[in-house]
Design a protein around this ligand. Structure first.
Ligand code: KG4
Ligand code: ZN
Length: 358
């Protein structure tokens, strides 16, 4: 059984979800009664790997190539067609402008052609609600830690659309810090999984990196100082030929990951204490990190709170979370009109349960 905590009404809705905000083309069909019916994902990692990061123009062009075949696939896999799809959800922002435009133009045109409703979804709301796709889904209220390549945010969630940002990164997002540290260690893009993999071979306690801002009150984050600390350590440890040994790289990767995980854990605990909630959700690409998950599980057991995540493949960008978030909003009577724009920068606090903000 899929969880449908937000779907108490008698209306049924089947939604096609489209995600194109960055380097993944994600498409899915979600049904408010039957749950997730199909999803498909194309990752552009191979396309960008030689450049060490996402090249926006290449990303947009690849979304153009992959979107239609993926939509055809999920429609076939879910036994859906234009008569059974009630609405189309697409990521309206934040993200790369050109990449967002591909998904938005496609979704709006299809909605016009099929004479159904469309809804622009906030990418981070998609991440935030991704754990709701799981069988063991949390019930609000809860605290959500959103940790992706572009965002690190602690959000108080009382209901869908009722979000209060409790704290966020003042500079680099946690995922961005992973990606930059990966470059310092000459690891391939995408950096987060590469750093995590290397950290498994690190010697615990070889370095002790700072936990930024944990000794100050508040729930904001800052990872740029930690990043500089890593850079300084790398420069100090270079051998005569200007390289780092593999063991030294692994030790640095582990110390960095441990510092990030510890910082996130301390701030989550603080947010739970501040709100009085006892449910924590983690989502976004960095929530796939195994060290983070085990630290949070140990802390939850010790402190007596519940912790929830999306399944591994829905931590990073995907169409299922957009279909789900769109479904919740469409069921509440929200939808876009036929004009459209994308919002490469879209502060999440502007959502605040206000349909007109969409
Ligand atoms: O949510 P996401 O797919 O895209 C954004 O919305 O940004 O997150 C991508 C980020 C990247 O920075 C990537 O390096 C990081 O998540 N990431 C990880 C892991 N898997 C992905 N960071 C640490 N450990 C991982 N296992
Ligand atoms: Zn994302």
């Amino acid at each position: 059984m899929q969880s449908r905590h937000f779907f108490n009404g008698s209306n049924n809705m089947r939604v096609l979800g489209i995600e194109t905000s960055c380097d993944e083309t994600g498409v899915a069909v979600y049904d408010s009664k039957q749950g997730l019916l199909a999803h498909a994902l194309h990752s552009q990692v191979d396309l960008h790997v030689d450049f060490g990061g996402v090249v926006p123009e290449l990303a947009s062009r690849d979304h153009v190539r992959k979107l239609l075949p993926l939509v055809k696939k999920v429609l076939a896999d879910s036994d859906s067609d234009q008569n059974s799809i009630d609405g189309i959800a697409f990521t309206q922002g934040p993200g790369l402008a050109g990449a967002l435009l591909v998904g938005a133009a496609f979704a709006q045109s299809l909605a016009y052609g099929w004479n159904c409703k469309s809804i622009g979804v906030h990418h981070m709301e998609g991440h935030l609600l991704a754990p709701m796709l799981e069988e063991n889904a949390p019930s609000p209220p809860f605290v959500a830690l959103l940790v992706s390549g572009g965002h690190t945010q602690l959000v108080q969630v009382r209901d869908v659309g009722d979000y209060e940002i409790l704290g966020e990164s003042l500079d680099d997002a946690a995922g961005e810090a992973f990606d930059k540290v990966a470059k310092m260690l000459s690891l391939p893009y995408p950096g987060g999984p590469a750093v995590a993999q290397l950290a498994e071979h690190g010697e615990p306690g070889r370095y002790d990196f700072p936990r930024p801002m944990v000794n100050r009150p508040g729930l904001d984050f800052s990872f740029s100082g930690l990043k500089t600390y890593v850079l300084n350590t790398v420069q100090t440890e270079l051998n005569e030929s200007g390289d780092l040994s593999e063991q030294c790289k692994a030790n640095i990767a582990l110390a960095f990951q441990t510092a990030v995980v510890d910082t996130l854990r301390i701030k989550c605990l603080r947010a739970l204490k501040q709100t009085g909630f006892n449910t924590l959700l983690l989502s976004g690409g960095v929530s796939a990190n195994r060290a983070l998950r085990s630290a949070m599980a140990a802390s939850a057991e010790q402190e007596g709170y519940q912790v929830y995540y999306p399944r591994h493949e829905f931590c990073t960008d995907n169409g299922a979370m957009i279909a789900y978030a769109g479904c919740t909003r469409l069921l509440r009577g929200e939808h876009n009109d036929m004009t459209f724009s994308v919002k490469p920068r879209w502060p999440m606090h502007t959502l605040a349960g206000n349909p007109s903000s969409l």
